[in-house]
Write a protein of this length. Structure first.
Lengths: 138, 201
């Protein structure tokens, strides 16, 4: 009788654990799915920010064209005031850089925020190109 | 004998406690997870609607700059002037209420409009219009201070509108978000923000 009682309890615990693992799996799937959706929303915002930035014009030229010119002439980007624009767009932290040269144009760090990035390849002469990357903390 | 009996009783008691703990854990997990799973599709649905609405606005021909070659993800200031404080009738989800503000973050220009509610009951439409009226009245207040203060002001107003709507009618939920955009004035393009509040009725 004692053995039967212990066996019954063990069987119950085993069944409870099996049943319990179903919501745990669902919980994991939910957290994973939610995280992915959050990331895609933020990536989309980074893309929009990059498109807005390179579409902006100064003296009749787009920032995209000015960036290409500066890359060809190997000039600095200070006059574009990219940091000021990113702050006005409401990003607390950001990193704008040229991937191939490992050249950081502007950067503002904040520890608590994960940076999400968007990349865009800009064409240069002789079938060359550079990748401009904007990572923002949303 | 007394010692052996005590050991057996303790084992049984511990096993029983473990079993009770398992039952309680399973109950809590089921309750929590299934509750959240019940909520998640609804939450995602109105969030998804709001995000898609923002995306559609960014390609809406009556709002964006279009040249002979292509569409641009750039709002046209002239078209925004025409739609300012008016409804957009062509797009929108049924039984939903949306207010949109576009702010030029470089010079502080601002445009406000809303999506005309579709498929809603007349009493809900009246409540929406009354909340929107309250919201519009808030914009009559003079705006002073730096630009970020102005954006915070708009954000606060959109929040007040949502609260007003949530208080007056039964809704499934609301979503608020901001998106970087660009705005074209003739040959000049500036950066801005699209602020969207979406309430699912």
């Amino acid at each position: 009788m004692k053995g039967f009682f212990t066996g019954a309890i063990m069987a119950f615990i085993f069944t409870a654990m099996i049943i319990g693992s179903i919501p745990l799996t669902l919980l994991y799937a939910k957290i994973h799915l939610y995280g992915r959706i959050e990331d895609y929303v933020d990536i989309n915002k980074a893309r929009l920010a990059l498109i807005s930035l390179i579409s902006k014009t100064k003296n009749g030229k787009s920032y995209g064209d000015i960036i290409v010119e500066k890359l060809i002439n190997q000039e600095g980007f200070d006059e574009l005031e990219i940091d000021d624009l990113l702050e006005k767009m409401g990003f607390r932290c950001y990193k704008f850089y040229i991937e191939e040269d490992d050249l950081v144009v502007v950067e503002k760090k904040c520890e608590e925020k994960k940076l999400i990035g968007a990349k865009m390849k800009v064409p240069l002469p002789d079938l060359n190109y550079k990748t401009i990357v904007l990572e923002v903390g949303v | 004998m007394l010692s052996k009996g005590l050991v057996l009783t303790t084992t049984k008691a511990l096993t029983l406690l473990l079993a009770i703990a398992c039952i309680v854990s399973v109950y809590i997990l089921f309750n929590k997870v299934f509750y959240e799973f019940h909520i998640l599709p609804l939450e995602l649905q109105y969030r998804k609607n709001a995000l898609l609405l923002a995306r559609v606005l960014m390609s809406e021909e009556n709002l964006i700059y279009v040249d002979e070659a292509s569409f641009h993800i750039t709002f046209d200031a002239e078209k925004l002037n025409e739609i300012n404080n008016k409804p957009i009738k062509e797009i929108g989800y049924p039984n939903s209420f949306s207010l949109i503000s576009i702010v030029d973050v470089e010079n502080g220009n601002m445009w406000n409009f809303y999506i005309e509610p579709k498929g809603v009951e007349e009493k809900d439409l009246k409540k929406f219009l009354s909340c929107r009226w309250e919201y519009t009245k808030l914009f009559v207040l003079p705006q002073t201070g730096p630009l970020e203060g102005g954006i915070a002001f708009v954000r606060g107003n959109l929040n007040k509108f949502t609260t007003c709507l949530l208080e007056k009618m039964k809704t499934k939920g609301s979503y608020y978000d901001e998106f970087p955009v660009s705005i074209r004035y003739g040959d000049e393009t500036r950066v801005g923000k699209l602020l969207l509040t979406y309430v699912q009725g």
